[in-house]
Design a protein around this ligand. Structure first.
Ligand code: ALA
Length: 408
């Protein structure tokens, strides 16, 4: 194994120290949500204990402090994504809301009957349903890039779908149910040749790779705070300034206006035009701590360590009779979906939970992926940098125990 100091990092995550059913917690559900380091909890706590105030609304000390902390988080997010301008960073309540914002604002404004939207067969429901709703509202048509048996998009099929009718392509960077890493740069370049804008769902990618939206040249990119060691209830929408300027507001209310009369309302400048109402202040402040903590770990050592965990875990699972891994892409991150002959994933999830092991079972909000592989569900172990080989050994022994119980 690499020299990555996992034990030191584990100390920062108090949640790792709990027991479940009398056994030490083995947390392998990081694609659903990540655990939170102490600094994130402390930052949220500090706001609620001595720093409570609304933002952008007061001249008093606390309001100015809260506003400064809130806007500093935006700077940290800008730097995390390498966005050109801070005005291109919109806070939302999560990746799902960010996608809905794009569909409702950009989509309803710019798309019309007969225009085409391309997504892939491996999208999360949050990157399918908003586009279906948009198609119902506008008469646009949804096209789907097929995938192969490894769980990779078939690039040649994608290029065949592209035409002058394509107005928008929305693609997941890292699949939450298969672990596939998509060739987003090539997808963006091909779409731009046809004049289409590209949305990247980076919900799982944020912990996989450093993101540079200028280098990628994506038009929009979304992620959720809670999948990158931050709080729930906060997410980010990055958008190129030229699009955000041209788009109408998504929601109306306080803070997104410049002036209101019954005759006419004028809207605020970016990014506030898209942030109606009191935002998730504590969560935005917590997100900054999460991103700073995460970036301080260092990508190279962390990536190498997670790759070793992925290889070890995959080998370990495949050594168990009757285990099949779903999602064998050549470019893959540390998400391992699998099925076990003779044991339904839900039963498996319940039995391994008795050993303190938390995995997710189900369709993972990607029903078309399950349909493609002709299975109702998978069990999924999704790994973070604080997981260990020993934890994967416990997963393997708990799967063997479940097989014994089912005589499988
Ligand atoms: N999208 C999250 C997952 O994959 C909730 O579990």
């Amino acid at each position: 194994m690499s020299t990555f100091n996992v034990q030191k990092l584990r100390h920062e995550f108090p949640n790792l120290n709990i027991t479940v059913h009398g056994k030490p917690l083995v947390y392998l559900d990081n694609a659903a949500t990540t655990l939170k380091p102490r600094c994130v909890v402390d930052a949220i706590n500090a706001y609620y204990v001595t720093g409570v105030s609304n933002v952008h609304r007061g001249v008093h000390y606390l309001s100015e402090q809260a506003t400064a902390a809130f806007e500093y988080s935006r700077q940290v997010v800008r730097q995390f994504l390498h966005a050109r301008r801070v005005e291109e960073i919109i806070f939302t309540k999560g990746a799902t809301e960010s996608l809905n914002l794009i569909a409702n604002s950009y989509g309803r404004h710019f798309l019309k009957k007969g225009d085409e939207i391309i997504i892939s067969h491996m999208e999360h429901h949050s990157n399918i349903v908003p586009w279906q709703m948009l198609c119902e509202q506008t008469g646009a048509v949804l096209k789907v890039i097929p995938i192969n048996e490894r769980g990779e998009i078939i690039f040649e099929e994608y290029t065949k779908l592209l035409s002058e009718k394509t107005k928008l392509v929305s693609l997941v960077w890292v699949s939450n149910s298969l672990g596939t890493v998509n060739p987003v740069k090539a997808v963006i370049e091909a779409a731009h040749k046809q004049g289409a804008v590209v949305v990247i769902d980076a919900a799982q990618a944020v912990t996989h790779t450093a993101i540079n939206v200028q280098e990628l040249d994506c038009d929009f990119l979304v992620f959720s705070g809670h999948k990158v060691f931050g709080p729930t209830g906060v997410g980010v929408l990055y958008g190129k300034e030229k699009w955000l300027e041209a788009m109408p507001p998504y929601q109306g209310g306080g803070d997104m206006i410049k002036s209101v009369t019954f005759a006419k309302t004028t809207y605020n400048v970016l990014p506030y035009k898209f942030e109606a109402g009191t935002p998730p202040i504590a969560e935005v402040i917590g997100l900054r701590s999460a991103l700073e903590f995460f970036q301080n770990i260092g990508w190279d050592a962390m990536k190498q360590y997670k790759q070793e965990l992925l290889d070890y875990g995959t080998k370990m699972l495949l050594s168990i009779n009757g285990v099949r891994v779903i999602g064998t892409a050549r470019e893959k991150t540390s998400i391992i979906s699998f099925v076990v002959d003779g044991v339904h994933p839900h039963d498996l999830g319940t039995l391994v939970d008795q050993e303190g092991v938390a995995i997710r079972t189900g369709h993972h909000c990607t029903q078309p992926v399950m349909e493609f592989f002709k299975i109702p569900a998978t069990a999924r172990a999704s790994l973070a940098f604080y997981n260990t080989k020993e934890e994967l050994d416990i997963l393997a022994s708990s799967i063997k125990r479940a097989k014994d119980i089912f005589n499988a």
